[in-house]
Design a protein around this ligand. Structure first.
Ligand code: KG4
Ligand code: ZN
Length: 340
């Protein structure tokens, strides 16, 4: 028996639709990125994102079916991201999914965006064993989540201010690198010295698993301002490498200590910042020495895409967690707490 899920993702600046079979086989994963549209503003403009989603959603869904070689009649359920994210952007995907579910008489599955980032791991590795710890690092989130089983989440730590990706983007912008900054810092850091500038590592009180990146971000911005005032030229590669190292040290330290404390053998990585080469390498090195396995999705499944929605949607669908047609976008949706 195969279950065909049509996944839809519009939570931020990618309009995406995918066809996924049994939560593992990606038949198509169309991602229409709006990055070039937002680049000139240095970040995502919510109103423009919503309008672009409206323009793109119908053709992106049609392309996803086409590339998968199926029609609407072959779809078993429609899964859609309904939060967290930009409310206007989310509404476009939610409205499209509801229209399809209603007209085709199909079950509707509401998926949490963080949950779908976590499930990108199951697309790559369906044989993963619970319990696990997942480090979710994106432009909007930095969370450590304990996974007891499918759909069973416990938030162990979260950022108290900036998300890791947000800090990458803001520092990149200050250095004049453009948007999105994470991949550009990652690339530039390769030729820099990570020990050149001693940026702060904020571990917070006791053995807290929470994060704080605003101090580090300010420290990098101050460094740039001071140099500009003194007329000194900044070695951008050294700054990128030192900033990245400070972020990575804290992320790795907390993810590994959470796994150790909870006697978990596998750490997953999820979200756009999980594409960071230094983070992947250091987490694999540190955890490997402690006998902890690391899993992460391929690069294309780290950033926003609908295949991960199709995967998370499949697991929700098979456990009967479908949503009513009154489903609405929830900008600040919490992980593990559906709000229908
Ligand atoms: O998960 P995502 O596509 O969207 C959100 O849900 O936020 O993550 C986007 C974030 C951006 O902040 C981007 O700069 C960051 O992920 N990112 C990276 C890398 N690739 C993307 N950060 C560091 N290194 C990377 N290689
Ligand atoms: Zn995301």
């Amino acid at each position: 028996m195969q279950t065909v899920i049509l996944g839809i993702e519009t939570s931020c600046d990618e309009t995406s639709a995918a066809v996924v079979i049994n939560g593992t086989k990606i038949m198509s994963n169309i991602i229409a990125s709006q990055i070039p549209v937002h680049q000139k503003y240095g970040g995502v403009v919510p109103e423009i994102a919503s309008r672009k989603h409206v323009e793109l959603i119908t053709s992106v869904i049609a392309q996803a079916l086409d590339e998968a070689g199926i029609t609407f009649q072959d779809v078993d359920a429609v899964a859609v991201t309904y939060g967290p994210g930009l409310v206007g952007a989310l509404l476009v995907g939610v409205s499209a999914a509801k229209a399809l579910a209603y007209t085709l008489d199909l079950p509707l599955v509401g998926v949490n965006h963080i949950e779908s980032h976590i499930y990108a791991n199951f697309l790559a590795n369906p044989g993963l064993n619970f319990p696990m710890v997942c480090l979710v690092v994106s432009g909007g989130h930095t969370d450590i989540v304990y996974l007891a089983g499918h759909g069973e989440y416990k938030l162990m730590g979260r950022t108290r201010d900036d998300a890791a990706g947000e800090a990458f983007d803001k520092v990149a912008r200050a250095v004049g690198l453009g948007y999105p900054g994470g991949p550009l810092i990652d690339k530039l850091a390769v030729s820099g010295n990570p020990q050149a500038i001693d940026f702060p590592r904020v571990y917070l009180d006791g053995d807290s698993l929470d994060f704080s990146f605003s101090g580090l971000k300010s420290s990098a911005l101050n460094y740039l301002n001071k140099a500009a005032m003194k007329g000194l030229e900044v070695n951008k590669a050294d700054l990128a490498a030192s900033f990245q190292q400070a972020v990575v040290d804290v992320l790795v330290n907390k993810a590994v200590s959470c796994a150790e404390k909870n006697k978990v053998e596998t750490i997953l990585m999820a979200g756009g910042v999980a594409a960071n080469s230094k983070l992947r390498q250091q987490l694999v090195d540190v955890a490997g020495k402690m006998g902890i396995n690391i899993a992460y999705p391929p690069l294309v499944l780290c950033t926003d895409n609908a295949a991960m929605v199709g995967c998370a949607g499949f697991y929700k669908y098979v456990r009967g967690a479908t949503a009513p047609l009154t489903l609405n976008a929830v900008a600040s949706l919490k992980l593990g707490v559906d709000k229908y």
